[in-house]
Design a protein around this ligand. Sequence first.
Ligand code: PLP
Length: 418
Amino acid sequence: MIEHTGTSTTRADCLAWDRAEPLSAYRERFLLPEGVIYLDGNSLGALPVQTPSAVESVIRREWGQGLIRSWNDAGWFAKPELLGDLVAPLIGAGPGEVVIGESTSVSLFQTLTAAVRLRPGRRVVVAEERAFPTDLYLLGSVQEIAGGLERRLLGPDGTLDEILDEDVAVVLLSHVDYRTGRLHDMAAVTRQIHEAGALVVWDLCHSAGAVPIDLTAAEADFAVGCTYKYLNAGPGSPSFLYVAPRHHETAAPPLTGWHGHADPFAFTVGYEPAPGIARFRIGTPPMLSLAALESTLRMWQEIDLAQVRVKSLALTDLFVGLVESTLGEWVSEIVVPRDHAARGSQVSLRVEGGYSVMQALIERGVIGDFRAPDLMRFGFAPLYLSATDVWDAVAVLGSILESKSWQEPRYAVRNNVT
Ligand SMILES: *Cc1c(COP(=O)(O)O)cnc(C)c1O
């Protein structure tokens, strides 16, 4: 471990720490451009070395040669469940409890509606006021479709105690907050929600692949998460979706497509849900994205998430320590829970001109992102980042702030994606 962070941490300390660090060899398992320090793996994970050839093989061999036969011969039809089983150990789920779905947004709609339907008579849904917007937008649709459910929002300083009562059907929570990096105690919060008779849907987008998760021990009801963030399955790769086995036979997802049917190839007129997690499937899965997902999940099977967690906390501690001790003059707030138990794998900085500073930083090869209205956000993906990367990133940020080079007008030009 790096013993002290701050002015006393030298680049040589970081190099020494990296040499002894057990996950350091994984850097070679990713194709990252020369000269880039990638602090945005929480938004779009890096490309694993084996993924291009895995995808090409599916294209050339399974699609090009196998054609329609690959639905059977290459096991295409069962891939959403098979890959769900590879996600399962990363989130503390068992086999048959996870399936690969559509986008996270669609999977949120599937699980939220199914959860609300399991609590008929309860008229309230709860979500976090500052949740990722798509979560709130989808919840709005669910409320309307379910006959006008009321919404109660949990403010940043609010507690569930004040909000939970016998009217609450479902609580939607982000395990790690995408702006502040706050990590919920999943087991304690789930228990509290269950004591009020409600169900929980966990959004794992910013925790899957960064934080050890145990949905089974927490007795969670539903969960969804992205595969293109820390899990590195590539842009637009589909989400995963977890349903506790106790809900499998009673859950009624709203989007009843033929792949969720008990016997899709009977082509019957009436819908009959498949037993188990398969009823959460909808239609034909994106096989090329699943090829990329499979290639990264095979690598994840050998990774110890406890080691990932240790490294993640060391890297965020180092970043915070270096920013505090060397950039205090320019950084008005470091947004990150100081308590390790409440921290995800990211740190945000409130800096004057944050958007422009981030653009200047990206031009220098240090890639993070910006979350309106005023946060520069840095994600720490432990598989391909080193302590030395963190040290170098803070040094580049310092030189931009000190020279005020970020004030050049071109850095203020707004991109579509920030
Ligand atoms: C990234 C993210 C999403 C993304 O949803 P998509 O449907 O994949 O675009 C949703 N919710 C949260 C909390 C996220 O962090």
